[in-house]
Design a protein around this ligand. Structure first.
Ligand code: SAM
Length: 219
């Protein structure tokens, strides 16, 4: 993204009241990952677009030695999610209002993350909006740089066309290897391991939609 594009997104971030909540509003100069993660955690994970935060709340409960940062573009969702996290009493998670794609590009040191989670990313079906998708040709490079050597990129979507795009850009990239056995293991581990639970997952499964889940290892 161009410098102009970055600035215009970050200048538009609305103010929300974060007092007392595990919530940071990025604004036009968001903090770096290192400034947001307290010392002493074994692993750092990022969830892209956590929405109302059901997955992040389950993930921090499942992995107390990990710190999980949810980066949400919609301030209202981030505020709601932070309230849920606050009520859970967990101290190993945080929500940040920012564009996750930009944050991964310019606020994360190489090799910082053990996992990047992307669950039910907006499909932006209109051709003229495709550039807004999280998964583009550049995504493998951006996520690969941010992950540790043994890092994972975990994705779920109900949208068949978007699943095809994930397979095309990540599955075909030499920077990642899909691990189907790991997908089955993570699903069997239950809530908070990976993929589940999310608010959109619950809604789409109730509607009978097929959910596709992918675990990619950093190559
Ligand atoms: C379809 S919702 C899914 C929410 C949640 N993952 C779930 O499964 O319930 C997609 C979310 O991603 C957020 N989003 C879209 N693009 C984003 C970006 N570049 N950075 C951060 N959040 C983004 C949207 O605001 C929305 O909350």
């Amino acid at each position: 993204m161009s410098v102009g594009g970055k600035l215009s997104f970050r200048r538009r971030v609305p103010e929300v009241d974060a007092v007392g909540l595990p919530l940071v509003v990025g604004g036009d100069d968001p903090p770096h990952l290192d400034e947001l993660v307290p010392d002493g955690f074994d692993d750092v994970e990022i969830e892209v677009g956590p929405g109302k935060g059901a997955y992040l709340c389950a993930a921090v409960a499942a992995r107390p030695r990990s710190f999980v940062l949810g980066i949400e573009a919609a301030a209202g969702y981030a505020s709601y999610a932070a309230q849920q996290l606050h009520e859970s009493g967990a101290n190993n998670g945080l929500f940040l209002v920012d564009n996750a794609r930009l944050f991964l590009e310019d606020r994360v040191r190489p090799g910082s993350l053990t996992r990047v989670h992307v669950y039910f990313p907006d499909p932006w079906p209109k051709r003229r909006h495709r550039g807004r998708r999280f998964f583009t040709e550049e995504t493998p490079k951006v996520v690969h740089r941010a992950l540790r050597d043994d890092g994972l990129l975990l994705v779920a979507t109900d949208n068949a066309a978007y699943a095809g795009q994930v397979c095309r850009v990540v599955g075909a990239s030499p920077l990642f290897e899909r691990d189907r056995a790991l997908e089955r293991e993570l699903i069997a581990e239950g809530p908070g391991a990976a993929f589940s639970p999310t608010n959109f997952e619950r809604k789409y499964l109730a509607e009978g939609r097929i959910v596709r889940r992918f675990a990619f290892r950093r190559a």
